[in-house]
Design a protein around this ligand. Structure first.
Ligand code: ATR
Length: 293
């Protein structure tokens, strides 16, 4: 009889760090998939105060983590704490997903992936050959514009209440190596007051501001000038149908809500940590909607 010692294999452990972390919907999504695919593993909310971020990140391996999601206020700060960052995370200036490759901790950003995957799924008729308009210039806008540039959208009309923020975002993204094309600068910043007049030129309108979110005023925009084949995408998901989406749908346009982006951005992380690329189904979407209610 051989005297074999077996090392117990630990179930993969992941979670989401933030401060505060109480409102995160990520455990609901990853918990659903772990259960659906009957995988051993865990995904928890982990409150990490800003002053503890560095200690937490450097101790992740020893604590048995396969990786984590990162939310406010850590999305920018984790970039300098990881061993490597993806081109996408560097361009966006923030990471939302961390995983190990060998001994190295990699910081990536899946927000742009979530945005574009949900767009293609919800509006298969969308063509990347026509101009798009993005409203807002925060972190979400950065990820979305990056994704649209990667798709080759010829012109991205960008408008923000604070014009200087839009200009800074455009300048920064155009400097990114993997996007730079000296002869073509797709981002065109326009004044906030000019947005209505520019709508007739786009086949995709994206609201990335917090306007329309429960507790905030609506985004006041007349969707009438949008061409009949255009798509109206609002990244707000509470409520699921904002006034903007309602007005677009009343006109017969395709409306895309923000919930799918939230769910799709979770999939690449799940695959990295638990080894299975998960499906985004109507059952999962309903599961999250029930929680939002
Ligand atoms: P996120 O990183 O989630 O995109 P953010 O950085 O706070 O969030 O950005 C929020 C966006 O909503 C910004 O574009 C902001 O415009 P400013 O840059 O001018 O602040 C926009 N926003 C928020 N409240 C607004 C309002 N009342 N009117 C117009 N835009 C508003």
């Amino acid at each position: 009889m051989t005297n074999k010692t077996t090392t117990p294999t630990m179930a993969p452990k992941a979670g989401v760090i933030g401060w505060p972390i109480t409102h995160s919907r990520s455990p609901l999504i990853h918990g659903f998939w772990l259960n659906k695919y009957q995988l051993a593993g865990s995904y928890d909310k982990i409150p990490v105060a800003p002053e503890n971020l560095e200690t937490f990140i450097s101790g992740m391996r020893a604590a048995g983590f396969s990786g984590i999601n990162v939310t406010i206020p850590h999305k920018e700060n984790v970039l300098k704490l990881a061993d490597k960052t993806t081109a996408e995370a560097r361009a966006i200036g923030a990471a939302n997903t961390l995983w190990f490759e060998g001994e190295e901790l990699i910081a990536g950003n899946t927000d742009g992936y979530g945005f574009i995957t949900h767009l293609k799924k919800s509006a298969p008729s969308w063509s990347a050959d026509e101009p798009a308009m993005v409203i807002g210039a925060g972190g979400a806008a950065r990820a979305i514009i990056y994704a649209l540039m990667r798709e080759g959208v010829p012109e991205i009309i960008l408008t923000n209440r604070t014009r200087s923020r839009a200009e800074a975002l455009a300048e920064n993204l155009l400097k990114q190596q993997d996007l730079s094309d000296k002869d073509h600068h797709p981002i065109k910043v326009i004044d906030w007051e000019e947005k209505d007049a520019a709508l007739s030129r786009v086949n995709l309108l994206v609201n990335t501001t917090s306007l329309g979110m429960a507790g905030n005023p609506p985004l006041e925009l007349d969707t009438a000038p949008l061409p009949p084949h255009s798509i109206c995408y609002d990244i707000v998901y509470a409520p699921l149908e904002t006034d903007l989406l309602k007005s677009a749908r009343q006109r017969g346009l395709i409306g895309v809500d923000g919930l799918g982006m939230l769910i799709h951005q979770a999939a690449p992380g799940f695959e990295k940590w638990f080894g299975k690329f998960p499906e985004v189904t109507t059952e999962l979407t309903q599961h999250v909607i029930d929680d939002l209610a």
